[in-house]
Design a protein around this ligand. Structure first.
Ligand SMILES: C[S@@+](CC[C@H](N)C(=O)[O-])C[C@H]1O[C@@H](n2cnc3c(N)ncnc32)[C@H](O)[C@@H]1O
Length: 255
């Protein structure tokens, strides 16, 4: 049996159900590449008195030995956030299924629900997109087109930032805003909400004009993970919440 288990957004957000299950499983692996992984799993290893083995993208996608083990024994693959949100893990379930391995998913907290801490109404979000690192001869823009399509439908856009674990690269808001500015020739984007390390002790929610936020260096935003939201026209309740609870960087504080 293969169990895909969500760790949630920070330490100790794993469900009690999943924790109890892990006490009975000896093959425990960790996906290290779909998110910036900064929380300590020692507490989990110590509480279970078991080892959690890290797996790289290659171990999971190209050479999934853990699936061979799952043919004979129970295997748990731990994933940050919810295991099926914004990751490629439905593919693992399909591959396991084709090998005749039974699977079960244990869900957990995710950036998709935690984003509601911005006060933006969750049902007003349109399609999510990711901002990838530009490459030598390729400057991706599909996330920008998604943002504009959502804006035209008066929907918010959640923009996830690129994670290139193999190269130890985790996009910061400064890089993301610079990329957005390059594409936004017609000044369609006015406001941005930056959500950093949500569910961690040092979480931050920043709301401001893109021009104002672009002035800050990456150090201002602190360590990853970060997500950007390009809001649609704000409902008065959303605006009141943001203006009351976020850090604000706007030209006119009355806006
Ligand atoms: C590939 S997605 C994985 C999402 C994860 N499975 C989940 O359910 O939350 C990784 C991206 O989600 C966003 N993210 C994840 N955790 C976050 C957090 N605690 N605060 C802000 N953004 C986060 C970042 O943009 C990060 O690059």
């Amino acid at each position: 049996m293969l169990y895909l288990i969500g760790l949630g957004l920070s330490e100790k957000e794993i469900s009690l159900k999943a924790f109890e299950l892990l006490t009975k499983i000896d093959n425990i692996y960790l996906d290290t590449y779909t998110n910036y992984f900064d929380f300590d799993l020692l507490w989990l290893e110590n509480s279970l008195n078991k080892k959690v083995s890290p797996l790289s993208r290659e171990d999971i996608e190209k050479n999934p030995l853990f699936l061979e083990t799952a043919k004979k024994e129970d295997v748990a693959l731990l994933v940050s956030g919810d295991p099926l949100v914004a990751t490629t893990h439905t593919d693992i379930l399909l591959r396991a299924n084709k090998k005749g391995i039974q699977t079960k998913v244990l869900h957990s907290s995710s950036i998709y629900s935690a984003i509601a801490e911005t006060g933006l109404h969750i049902y007003r979000f349109g399609k999510t997109a990711s901002i990838p690192y530009p490459e030598e001869n390729f400057f991706p823009r599909s996330f920008y087109d998604v943002t504009i399509e959502n804006k035209e439908r008066n929907l918010h856009t959640m923009l996830l930032l690129d994670v290139k674990k193999e190269k130890n690269l985790f996009m910061n808001p400064k890089e993301a805003i610079d990329i957005l500015k390059r594409l936004d020739e017609n000044n369609n984007i006015k406001d941005i909400v930056v959500i950093s390390r949500i569910s961690h002790e040092n979480q931050r929610i920043i709301y401001g004009d893109m021009e104002e936020l672009a002035k800050f260096e990456k150090e201002f935003y602190g360590p990853p993970p970060h997500t950007l939201v390009i809001p649609a026209e704000l409902h008065f309740a959303e605006e009141e919440y943001l203006l009351t609870l976020a850090e604000i960087y706007k030209n006119s504080k009355n806006k």
